[in-house]
Write a protein that binds this ligand. Structure first.
Ligand SMILES: NC(=O)C1=CN([C@@H]2O[C@H](COP(=O)(O)OP(=O)(O)OC[C@H]3O[C@@H](n4cnc5c(N)ncnc54)[C@H](O)[C@@H]3O)[C@@H](O)[C@H]2O)C=CC1
Ligand SMILES: O=C([O-])CC(=O)C(=O)O
Length: 346
């Protein structure tokens, strides 16, 4: 896996940076870098050759994580920042800001049960991003690409959007909810059931990032396989419950961290490639959208030099997927509205 990230990131085309002919300097900041996701994600971003500066921020523990990661003999410079007073320095000049800050679930909790704590954390971090991150090297102030991992993603992304709107820095092309782990799981589970090479599998996952709002489109999965309706129903449920499967297995010690760090690294790598002008960078992500009547929705997104180049449509859906789409809308709508309301009232 590590090799595949490295290989994909070190192809000659990526390293050349396409448009400029030289690999551009890229700063990545990780907020929540000392946590269960943050630490392995810091490691994976240190291995990414598209990164030249890595800023590791947390309220505690980052000096140790940064010292440790900084000894790895790859090209990027690593700096740890701890405490609110250093957040601005961590953020300044960032091209991509990844946010895995906040509390994880325990068995019996939903992602929405994290709202009360994580909404405030995300709001304060996004307020700082709006203040410190507009890149100043360009004629137009441009926000960093924000990769939101903190749950509940269905609400934290709308919160971020409202914070940026209030600050006058909102650019809908630059805000991404990270739903890559749903795709990673869908690929793994499909490959196992269909008995195909997992490295060749593609499965779009649309909707949101909680329970039934996670809608894998196995009818579009490639390579094609003749799976029964019952097998598709079971694969769909397992993908939707993938997070809970890990929460229960960890039995009170948190939620997915290692697979999430991998997924976060894949998504951040796609953002860096897009910024650098690589062609055809497409990943699923929860973004501002007109694909359905909901203001935010996860679907395939083409990422380019300014962030979202194009939000791709859903394509042909099976009857089972059409039903799943209608079923998820009320929950997703409520989660989005909850986030917006929180941002307005706090
Ligand atoms: N989008 C997705 O697919 C996934 C999202 N998650 C979510 O990611 C979040 C983090 O999960 P873990 O890393 O397992 O939790 P963790 O508790 O291990 O780490 C969270 C880190 O955030 C830090 N933190 C808290 N407040 C902060 C603030 N104001 N500024 C900066 N850092 C702050 C903590 O000090 C801690 O180091 C959770 O909300 C979890 O639900 C987890 C897995 C998948
Ligand atoms: O389930 C959780 O709480 C963490 C998460 O979002 C995931 O693993 O997909």
């Amino acid at each position: 896996m590590l090799r595949s990230i490295l290989r994909s990131s070190t192809s000659n085309a990526s390293r050349r940076g396409f448009a400029s002919g030289a690999s551009p300097e890229r700063k990545v900041a990780i907020l929540g870098a000392a946590g269960g996701i943050g630490q392995p994600l810091s490691l994976l971003m240190k291995l990414n050759p598209l990164v030249t500066r890595l800023a590791l921020y947390d309220i505690a523990g980052t000096p140790g994580v940064a010292a440790d990661v900084s000894h790895i003999n790859t090209g990027s410079e690593v700096v740890g920042y701890m405490g609110d007073e250093n957040l601005g320095k961590a953020l300044e000049g960032s091209d991509v800001v990844i946010i895995p800050a906040g509390v994880p679930r325990k068995p019996g909790m939903t992602r929405d049960d994290l709202f009360n704590i994580n909404a405030g954390i995300v709001k304060s971090l996004c307020t700082a991003i709006a203040k410190y991150c507009p890149n100043v090297g360009t004629s137009v102030a441009q926000m960093a690409l924000v990769n939101m991992i903190s749950n509940p993603v269905n609400s934290t992304v709308p919160i971020a959007a409202e914070v940026f709107k209030k600050a006058g820095t909102y650019d809908e092309k630059r805000l991404f909810g990270v739903t890559t782990l749903d795709v990673v799981r869908a690929k793994t589970f499909y490959a196992g059931k269909a008995k195909v090479n997992v490295a060749e599998v593609n499965v779009p996952v649309v909707g949101g990032h909680a329970g039934i709002t996670i809608l894998p489109l196995f009818s579009q999965a490639t390579p094609k396989a003749n799976l029964s309706d019952d097998e598709i129903v079971a694969l769909t449920k397992r993908t939707q419950d993938g997070g809970t499967e890990v929460v229960e297995a960890k039995a009170g010690k948190g939620s997915a961290t290692l697979s999430m760090a991998y997924a976060g690294a894949v998504f951040a790598d796609a953002c860096l490639k897009g910024l650098n002008g690589a062609p055809d960078v497409v990943e699923c992500s929860f973004v501002q959208s007109t694909v359905t009547e909901l203001p935010f929705f996860a679907s395939k997104v083409r990422i380019g030099k300014n962030g979202v180049d194009e939000v791709l449509g859903l394509g042909a859906l099976s009857d089972f997927e059409k039903e799943g789409l209608e079923k998820l809308k009320p929950e997703l709508k409520a989660s989005i509205e909850k986030g917006i309301k929180f941002a307005h009232q706090n």
